[in-house]
Design a protein around this ligand. Sequence first.
Ligand code: DAT
Ligand code: MG
Length: 149
Amino acid sequence: MERTFIMIKPDGVQRNLVGEVIRRLENKGFTLVGLKMLQPSRELAEKHYDVHKERPFFQSLVDFITSGPVVAMVWEGSGVIASARKIIGATNPLNAEPGTIRGDYGVNVGRNLIHGSDAPETAQGEIALWFAQTELVSWTPTIQPWLYE
Ligand code: DAT
Ligand code: MG
């Protein structure tokens, strides 16, 4: 089973989309194994977006992500990293397909509602950055046999 890091950004929280995001990932068949709300520190946000530190939008991205509470989550399931990225949609919400979270709810790349890890290595790093081992719960949903053969 794979795990990925998903974060509802401050705009997603302010737009009352916390339940909607969780509903979409639950309905798909993925399992929530970590969940917390926090207002990220600058240090945490800069580490999280370290790969973008030379990009012109880095400062405004860090300003934005630290501007209010976010909901940080770890989700588990077969192929969850790539599948969650599809559910989230393209980085620019105007290019994101209808039916995706960004496609259904966003109009601006700087307010694209949600983050999802893009590969196994980044998922592992982001989960370790945002969560302590003790904050993650390993459990088996009783519906598992109806999701996987
Ligand atoms: P994603 O969040 O889809 O993985 P990314 O890793 O390329 O996209 O960029 C991280 C975030 O940075 C993205 O969610 C929003 C912001 N961003 C990306 N490209 C941008 C741009 N051209 N202008 C402003 N913000 C941008
Ligand atoms: Mg990214």
